[in-house]
Every structure is written in C-alpha cells, then in structure tokens.
Design a protein around this ligand. Sequence first.
Ligand SMILES: Cc1cc2nc3c(=O)[nH]c(=O)nc-3n(C[C@H](O)[C@H](O)[C@H](O)COP(=O)(O)OP(=O)(O)OC[C@H]3O[C@@H](n4cnc5c(N)ncnc54)[C@H](O)[C@@H]3O)c2cc1C
Ligand code: SF4
Length: 444
Amino acid sequence: MAPAKTPDISSKRLSKTDYAANFSELHPPLSPHEALVESDRCYFCYDAPCMNACPTSIDIPLFIREIQAGHPKSAAKTIFNQNILGGMCARVCPTENLCEEACVREKAEGKPVKIGMLQRFATDQAMEEKHPYTRAKSTGKKVAIVGAGPAGLACAHRLAMHGHEVTIFEARKKSGGLNEYGIATYKAVDDFAQKEVDFILSIGGIAIKHNMMLGKKLKLKDVQRDHDAVFLGVGLAGVNALGAKDEDADGIEDAVNYISELRQAKDVAKLAVGRNVLVIGGGMTAIDVAIQSKLLGAENVTILYRRGAPHMKASTYEQDLAQTKGVKIMHWVAPKKVLVKGGKAVGLKCEYTALKGKTLESTGETFELAADMIFKAIGQTYMDVLGGTLALDQGRIKVDAEKRTSAEGIWAGGDCVAGGKDLTVASVDDGRRAAESINQFLKS
Ligand SMILES: Cc1cc2nc3c(=O)[nH]c(=O)nc-3n(C[C@H](O)[C@H](O)[C@H](O)COP(=O)(O)OP(=O)(O)OC[C@H]3O[C@@H](n4cnc5c(N)ncnc54)[C@H](O)[C@@H]3O)c2cc1C
Ligand code: SF4
C-alpha cells in the first residue's frame, strides 16, 4: 500500500453510491396519510405556546387544523401570511429550540407535534401552484433592497404585495443568500433555494440585479437618489479571527467558504477533504462543516469547543446528529497554536479550559492533535460597507422595533442588525416587519 500523503487532502474518497446516499435529504417529507395522522395529534391549544415561540408568529394551530380538514393549500396561505419563506424554514428551522420545544405534547410526553414537517407538507403543495397573492394597485413608489437573502426577499415580497416597485441589488451571481450558499446540503436538496426565490418573484414587481455590491459598484447616495426607501439585508460578510498563532497557514479554511463551495459543487465527489479534520467552533456552522466533511469521506472529524455542551449555540439535536454521523466533539478545549510544517498546517496545539467564576481560563494543560484540514467556524461579523454612515450597536447596524436605522429612509434587518438571532426565520421576520414600516412611511 502506498504511504499516506501528508497532509492527506483528497477528492473522490467514496463510491458514487455512497455520495448519493450521503447527500440525499435528511428527513423525507410526510405522505398525505402521515400528515393527517400527525395533524390529529394537535390539541389546537388556546393561546398556543408553539405560536408564541415562532419568531414569525405563524398561527400554527390554525394551519394544522386546515391540514386536518383536508385543506393543505389554505394551511400554506396561513403560513405564507407571516412567512413567505415558510418552505425553507420548514426545512432549516431548529424547531427543537422553537415551536416544537414549546409544544405542550413535548412537555407532556417528550414527543411534540411535528410542526416543521407539517409546515413543509402544506407549503410544498402550494408552491407547485399559482402564486397565492396578487399585488395591490401600483403606488408608483420605488424601494431598493440590498441583499437577496431571506431578509431581503421577505421584505421585497411584502413590499410588492403593497404595490411598490422593488429592485434588489445582490453582490453575488445567485439569489437566496445563505439559503443558496450556506445551509447544509442535506437540509435543502433539489435546488430548493432557487425554486423558492422563483416562487417569491412570481408575485411580480421585483427585479433582482446581480453582481452589484453596495460599497463597490453601487454607492448608497445613488441608490437613495433613485428610490423612495432603502432596506439593507446584507448579512455578515466578515469572519472572526481565531487569535491563534499562524492562523493564516495553508490548510486552515473558513468553514462558511468551504460550505459555499460544497453547495455550489455540481459533483461533490470532486471536492477535496482531509482524512483528519479539525473544526473550531460550537454553532450551526461548526456542526454543518463537520458533518459534511464526514459525508465527503473524512475519516476522523473532531469539533473543538472551548466551553461545555450546554453552552454550544448548536442545539442538542444538532450535536446528537453530528455524533451519530461519527463526529467527535471535544468540550473545554481551545486552540493555542497552529502546528505548521513546510508552510502547511498539520495540526493544532490545544489547551484545556475551565471557568473560574464567570471567566474562561486555560488550565495550563496542553496537547497536540494532527490534522490535514482545519476549519474555522467561530462566527461571522458585519462588514461596514457604508463607512460609518449608520449607527452601530455591538458591531452590527442599530435598528428600532420597526427596523429603522439611524438614517432617515433606511431600514435594515436579518443577520446584519444588532440583537438578531442569526436564524433564517428571524431574518424573514425582520424583512416583513421592515416592509410594513416602509409601507406606512411611503403612504404618509
Ligand atoms: C453555514 C451556515 C449554516 C446555517 N444553517 C442554518 C440553519 O440550518 N437554520 C437556520 O435557521 N439558520 C441557519 N443559518 C443562519 C441563516 O442562514 C442566516 O441567519 C440567514 O441566512 C440570514 O439572512 P440574511 O438575509 O440576513 O443574510 P444572508 O443570508 O447572509 O444574505 C445576505 C445577502 O446579502 C448579499 N450582500 C452582502 N453584502 C452585500 C453588499 N455590500 N451589496 C450587495 N449585496 C450584499 C449577500 O451576497 C447575500 O446574498 C446558517 C448560517 C450559516 C453561516
Ligand atoms: S402547542 Fe402543540 S398541541 Fe398545542 S397547538 Fe401547538 S402544536 Fe398543537
């Protein structure tokens, strides 16, 4: 046998059948019969806790009752009234921390109503049909939206419903934001992100201009001059620094970039992955890159997180999923130094950590882990492309309850604003709220 290459980073680690199985959908949809049986489990609670836990406040008992009564398209309309990206949210929402955690059946018997799956059942059917909304009479008002992610798309759709003309300026060549470039492959298969964009645009009155980056080709003053209002949904384009020595060495990758490459790959078998992979971080991105590295054929994948399991931003469900896929999670471990050989990262020197009071400190014990690839998944940051035009709060755009920024006529929402939850559903909620506020402003 040929000796292993060092570092061992290679494509085509698996057979075609294995790739197909690994990158198929994690949870297949409910059949009509399963949906009926599941909808029957709902108690249709008064003042339903599931609804209060939904960031977009979807009337969950109502849509489940509509499914139970055999009207899945009415159910979809109930969902879309609050969340036009209800199809994607049904696939990617961490329901175990939101509506399903709050469900009374979760509290009573540890088995919540499968709200996410029912939402998907209803929205999938409706998205096959004619667009469910018609636009109000044209107002002649123009709104610019920067960023075609969940926040921008939700804002655009609601504004188009109110009869305004919307232009979305998007830096990348495809729309969808992280739905297109970030969400794990096995959560949204079959080009669903693009299908959802097409569904949203089919209301009419929304144009998208790609390869238009605010702060470069596109200047804010020009956008403001040509439009009556502006919404910013630019997400988080920056990456946090590790703060470890040699973190720019070859072999250290930004997890979000790698996931984006994977999402755009026509053939995942061509994507190279290490035999031994280390992932630094404790959120969804860390879990996603770790699982997907494993699915690409990495032999050993270890997540290093500097605090304990309950502190991880990734839900318990996601941590369990990673572990069932063979990912090892090491808690109370932080990278101290990148080990470099011939200009390439070959591992990490790590230290154990512990809490002293509220402060996280090194215990002084260190150890080394070998790696072919190391992913940084330690969070993203807002990149201020507007040179200080807008007030910031904790490094992100400061907004009020209606998503108004400090500048007259400019709204913002989604990951780029302060106080957000960094979830698709929360970004959709911001976009819709901002659109209602913009509509009031344009009418006054
Ligand atoms: C790897 C990963 C996995 C995730 N998985 C989940 C999940 O499973 N479930 C979940 O609920 N959430 C998940 N999230 C979080 C979720 O994707 C985000 O909260 C959500 O996409 C934010 O929406 P947004 O519209 O604010 O920003 P984005 O989705 O980031 O969209 C912003 C858009 O603005 C564009 N843009 C940026 N700067 C400019 C500019 N200057 N000019 C013009 N356009 C610009 C970008 O190209 C992009 O299209 C995940 C995030 C990551 C990174
Ligand atoms: S809390 Fe559970 S049982 Fe009650 S309405 Fe919501 S989904 Fe139905």
